[in-house]
Design a protein around this ligand. Structure first.
Ligand SMILES: C[S@@+](CC[C@H](N)C(=O)[O-])C[C@H]1O[C@@H](n2cnc3c(N)ncnc32)[C@H](O)[C@@H]1O
Length: 220
């Protein structure tokens, strides 16, 4: 890794497997003295699992380390509706903190509640991707933790969100995926964005040529 850089690791904590891989990964990172822990971000999903016999699991974890002393650019976000409270009576009227605020924006904290999970009705949806990350989340990371022209590495391309975010924010992205289908999808997603301005396919098939193959085998 370059001298001054940020390192983000997005991973799950599976309660059915002793919260792995999160704890083992945190322990492993202690061996890499050149990385300093910077934050532990939690994303709040809108949908979860475990509603019948457990608290619904609606979180994803994002570990943030730094190497050296990289810059950090403050960004702002709309005040999420979920953030209510700090009631105070002003001129005889009970108001909450959002009403009293002079600004419509706040700096995101380390619990992100304002990012919509990707699902099939959203333009950015890439059908077939089981772990697609929201563009807004990756763009937030790129905006805070890199500058225009910087190189961004994502070793797990999947739906190609990082490549697309880099295209939109003028970062040079290096990315790859073990699975050639996801590598191809990543390339197609960028091509599709350049051709149409669309960030994904919503529910349309990114591999339309495969439909013709299926159709011809079905009628054969
Ligand atoms: C959780 S997804 C990444 C999601 C991605 N950030 C996005 O926004 O779409 C993980 C991806 O890593 C790929 N992968 C798993 N092991 C890998 C390896 N050793 N090298 C490269 N890619 C790998 C999988 O094929 C999968 O597409």
């Amino acid at each position: 890794m370059a001298g001054d850089s940020h390192f983000y690791v997005w991973l799950g904590a599976d309660v059915r497997d002793n919260f792995q891989p999160l704890p083992d990964f945190i322990m492993m990172m202690r061996a890499f003295q050149e990385f300093t822990p910077r934050n532990l971000i939690t994303l709040r999903n809108q949908r979860g699992y475990g509603t019948q016999k457990n608290w619904m699991w609606v979180r994803q974890e994002l570990l943030h380390y730094v190497h050296g002393t990289p810059s950090f650019t403050v960004t702002y976000t709309d005040i999420p509706k979920i953030l209510r409270g700090y009631y105070k009576t002003v001129n005889g009227k009970k108001t909450e903190n959002i009403e009293r605020s002079r600004s419509d924006n706040i700096r995101p904290g380390n619990v992100w509640v304002d990012i919509q999970q990707v699902f099939y009705r959203m333009e950015e949806n890439v059908p077939g991707c089981y772990a697609q990350k929201p563009l807004k989340a990756i763009e937030r990371i790129l905006l805070t933790s890199s500058l225009e022209g910087d190189v961004v590495l994502d070793c797990f391309a999947h739906s190609g969100t990082t490549l697309l975010a880099g295209e939109r924010l003028n970062r040079r992205v290096v990315t790859f995926d073990l699975d050639p289908v996801f590598a191809e999808l990543t390339i197609r997603r960028l091509d599709n964005y350049r051709a149409t301005g669309k960030t994904g396919w919503q529910w349309h098939n990114p591999f339309p040529e495969m439909e013709e193959v299926y159709d011809s085998t079905a009628t054969a």
